[in-house]
Write a protein that binds this ligand. Structure first.
Ligand code: ATP
Ligand code: MG
Length: 575
């Protein structure tokens, strides 16, 4: 990388002190002082995220702006407090108790956010699901978690096989058509129950280590795992949101992630509200027009999204941007997949801002590595470890590798939002901690001389070709740099001579068509930019690449298709 590629910070007074200083003075114990329970000893995420603001000058501050094709609403912290109190009472009235799993299966809507807080207020555990899940995906998760209640809609009810799920006793429907109770379950109408419930609620105070949310992973590499987080995670949600998202009281924050995915809860709900920030939630599907008009409409200042969205906005062309007033934006972030340097440079050009990549996983509960607003940004890098977090690149034996070398990305245990359990899978849980003292992420990365971490791919996706270990990400990034390529995914394909050969799948930008010349040009581009051994021997053009609902390219699916093998669990795949 050239020094000239480094982007200097553009935010003038970030919450976070200069990196070295923040790191030298950091102690998670100090963060605890931000919470009411530090004084009272009474813990509950929902209280810290909502109620305590409702008791201050923030009570009339907007907590949530919501809009979709049909609705356009706003809710203050005080309104959220009373609505979630009501929902807490609804749950209590039907017998939901501390520790019960209550699932949410519906499109983004204010009811989702009210429900999350209500569930937490009675000490129950939130289980978020993507609205697009089909029956098998819903069944697997409700069965595995032994959920006792679900909040859903009449339209989605046919995908909830409650008759086969003996634990699932209560179905709360947001919408009018409520079936009669039967021997399997009781049905309730959300609005009616809410109207009849009291606005006053005695919060269930819990322990910091009590379960809070059960999130199933994205399923990029295999069957989704049920990852359990506890109330203690708020420490990390709060501090990372404050420093990395740089939330201030005057900000309007928009996290585009659905709450079915961990980003949509840790940073779509908890992080911003713990900081008393105003959040925007946009329902409905992605379109560049709709997204830009959302920024314009709410004067969004901080925007947290994902590479897949930025790549689609990039493919939509730069002209459309001129139709919107995006001048409110001051900070942009990305997570979930590698953010190609190409996209960062494009972002700088069209938005005049740095797109800050950061890294974490469902299992880590919160951001662990980030490009901070207070620090120079290296495009293509995930940034540096959060203060209080120690990262190492280890080999198979747990030995630390020298700087610059690619290895297993590991985190020193533990941190406040680390998962506490893989639901009903103790064995899988242990695998993450096979090296004593370390959490093994399953991702490959290297660390450079300045301590910036560079993503190399998933452990499972590494390609061994002619004796070289090649991470797919570098090649994909190179391909995406080419003007014809919108998206790329690279896999290894077994080969008798070379061990594996590299095969690339690419989706082209509008105006380009598949040809031998183009393939040749792509190969030349990779060879000149990277190395001869990284050149894809095979290139296949596809209309689009298979992705998870959270926008991650599913290389395992491409590989299975290519090799004629079973595709495995496809529950999280986009249509
Ligand atoms: P599964 O574990 O079910 O296979 P998943 O790993 O995609 O699915 P998530 O927990 O949603 O489920 O995603 C975490 C993974 O996303 C990380 O392990 C990493 O591979 C990828 N990821 C997240 N952020 C980044 C980033 N900034 N750069 C590169 N990869 C990232
Ligand atoms: Mg994973």
């Amino acid at each position: 990388m050239n020094v000239s590629d480094i982007l200097q910070p553009v935010i003038e007074n970030p919450n976070m002190p200069p990196y070295e200083e923040a790191r030298a003075n950091f102690d998670w114990k100090d963060v605890e002082k931000a919470f009411t329970w530090h004084e009272t000893g009474k813990v509950n995420m929902a209280y810290e995220a909502i109620d305590r603001h409702a008791d201050t000058w923030r009570k009339n501050k907007v907590a949530l702006y919501y809009s979709d094709q049909k609705r356009d609403e706003k809710y203050t912290f005080q309104e959220m407090k009373y609505l979630s109190n009501r929902f807490g009472n609804v749950l209590r009235n039907i017998g939901i108790e501390k520790g019960d799993r209550v699932f949410l299966f519906m499109p983004r809507s204010p009811e989702v956010y009210v429900s999350v807080m209500g569930i937490l207020k009675v000490g129950a555990v939130v289980g978020p699901l993507f609205e697009a899940f089909m029956e098998q995906a819903v069944r697997d998760r409700l069965e595995n978690s032994e959920a006792v209640a679900i909040v859903t809609t009449p339209a989605l009810l046919p995908r909830v096989p409650y008759k086969d799920l003996p634990h699932l006793k209560h179905i709360i429907l947001v919408g009018d058509e409520v079936p009669e109770n039967d021997e399997h379950a009781n049905f309730y109408n959300f609005e009616e129950e809410m109207a009849n419930a009291s606005e006053q609620l005695e919060i269930e105070w819990v322990e910091r280590e009590d379960p809070m949310i059960l999130h199933y992973t994205s399923g990029s590499t295999g069957k989704p795992k049920g990852v359990l987080h506890v109330h203690n995670a708020m420490i990390q949600h709060y501090q990372t949101a404050k420093w990395i998202l740089d939330l201030k009281d005057e900000d309007i924050f928009w996290c585009t992630a659905d709450p079915g995915w961990v980003t949509g809860t840790s940073y779509g709900i908890f992080g911003p509200w713990l900081n008393g920030a105003t959040s925007v939630i946009r329902g409905g599907r992605f379109s560049p027009e709709d997204w830009y008009s959302t920024i314009e409409k709410y004067k969004v200042t901080i925007w947290y999204s994902a590479p897949t969205a930025f790549r689609r906005l990039m493919a939509a062309g730069d002209d459309i941007i001129n139709n919107y007033d995006l001048s409110s934006l001051r900070h942009i972030l990305s997570v979930g997949e590698p953010l190609n340097a190409e996209v960062v440079h494009w972002g700088k050009k069209v938005y005049g801002l740095n797109i800050h990549d950061n890294w974490w996983m469902t299992e880590t509960g919160g951001i662990l590595i980030a490009n901070y607003p207070s620090m120079p940004l290296k495009p293509g890098s995930m940034g540096r470890p959060f203060p209080g977090i120690e990262v190492a690149i280890l080999d198979e034996n747990g030995n630390e590798l020298p700087r610059g070398q690619m290895g297993s990305l590991c985190i020193k245990t533990d941190w406040p939002s680390m998962m506490r359990k893989i639901w009903k899978n103790e064995e899988k849980f242990k695998e993450y901690f096979a090296i004593p003292g370390w959490y093994i992420s399953g991702d490959l990365a290297s660390m450079d001389e300045d301590g910036y971490v560079w993503f190399g791919g998933r452990d499972d996706d590494v390609i061994m070709t002619s004796g070289e270990r090649v991470g797919p990400f570098e090649i994909e990034s190179k391909l995406v740099e080419h003007p014809a390529v919108a998206e790329a995914a690279v896999i290894g394909k077994p080969d008798e001579v070379r061990g594996e050969i590299i095969k690339a799948f690419v989706a082209l930008k509008d105006g380009y068509t598949e040809s031998d010349e183009l393939n040749e040009d792509l190969r030349r581009h990779v060879k000149e930019g990277l190395a001869a051994h990284a050149v894809p021997r095979e290139i296949e053009v596809k209309d689009s690449l298979p992705k998870t609902r959270s926008g991650k390219i599913m290389r395992r699916v491409l590989k299975a298709w290519e090799l004629g093998l079973p595709t495995g669990d496809l529950s999280t795949m986009e249509d």
